[in-house]
Design a binder for this molecule. Structure first.
Ligand code: THG
Length: 265
């Protein structure tokens, strides 16, 4: 499972404050703790700072890379911000994300074409957010085919079928899960990824819903997640679900997590 640590996101008030104060130590401490707890990428998102996002995102990338070897997952709706951040990123970043929205697609495709970047292909188009499994598959098809035609190997593509809240439509959970399974079946070698917290939006005991949904998605083959690596219960859920899904040889990762006391609370 590829873990993208989600904590350095300016939609969180403490992070927005740290960015405005240029508090590098605070950002670096959060980057280190996520890396130590299993993050394979550190998500950086300054999207709330409209107008100042480019500068802030660049500062986040350099600040994080001064502290950890773990590469960044550059998270922005603005292609110009992504491009600027990628220019200074050392090593192979993950780009979050290309989508089928015309402007975003056309601006980002030349940036990823022929590179070794990991790229999240978000199932969103100018028609808005997909509601059904088929709508997700249609967007995923066009994104994956477009990326492959531009010499991005399937192995570097992480399709995000887009989690939507079950509080607004009870079908959204299953539509997402079926999309995971069908995307993985259709494109051998491609990966899937998602942020989870939207699933529980508007409901009580969100952590419960998020953890169970993670286990269900891993059962369908989900192999990437944008999560809080410091959330012990969520990480334990991931270790357990991967072992149960037959994706942990001799249960090695599960046993290591147990010895490191990561499975009890
Ligand atoms: N897919 C992709 N990228 C994404 C998402 C996705 N990037 C952003 C988001 N979704 C994932 N990242 C976060 C980061 C922080 C929080 C949630 C998702 C978070 N949320 C608090 C909560 O849920 O309680 C509220 C914020 C706060 O602290 O005030 O912390 O789906 N490709």
């Amino acid at each position: 499972m590829i873990i993208v640590g989600e904590l350095i996101n300016a939609s969180r008030k403490a992070i927005a404050a740290a960015i405005e104060d240029r508090d590098a130590e605070k950002i670096q401490e959060i980057a280190r703790r996520q890396a130590e707890n299993g993050a394979n990428y550190i998500d950086v998102n300054a999207g709330v700072f409209v107008g100042r996002e480019v500068d802030y995102l660049k500062w986040l990338v350099t600040t994080v890379q001064d502290a950890v070897e773990t590469p960044c997952c550059i998270d922005s709706p603005d292609p110009a911000a992504i491009e600027a951040a990628l220019e200074l990123h050392q090593g192979t970043a993950m780009l979050n994300s290309i989508s089928l929205e015309k402007e975003r697609y056309e601006a980002l495709m030349p940036i990823v074409a022929g590179t070794d970047l990991k790229v999240i292909a978000l199932c969103m188009s100018d028609e808005g957010m997909p509601e059904t499994t088929d709508a997700r598959l249609g967007i995923a098809d066009r994104l994956v085919n477009g990326l492959v035609q531009n010499n991005v190997p399937l192995e570097n593509i992480y399709v995000d079928p887009l989690v939507q809240p079950i509080s607004t439509n009870q079908e959204f959970g299953m539509a997402f899960l079926e999309a995971i399974e069908k995307i993985l079946a259709r494109f051998a070698g491609v990966h899937t990824i998602c942020g989870l917290s939207n699933i529980s939006y508007g409901l009580p005991e969100r952590a419960l819903l998020n953890q169970i949904f993670m286990a269900m998605a891993i059962g369908r083959g989900l192999d990437g997640a944008i999560v809080d690596p410091l959330n012990r219960r969520m990480m334990a859920t991931i270790y357990a679900a991967e072992a149960l899904a037959g994706r942990d040889e001799y249960c090695g990762q599960y046993l290591t997590a147990y010895r490191q006391e990561k499975l009890s609370f």
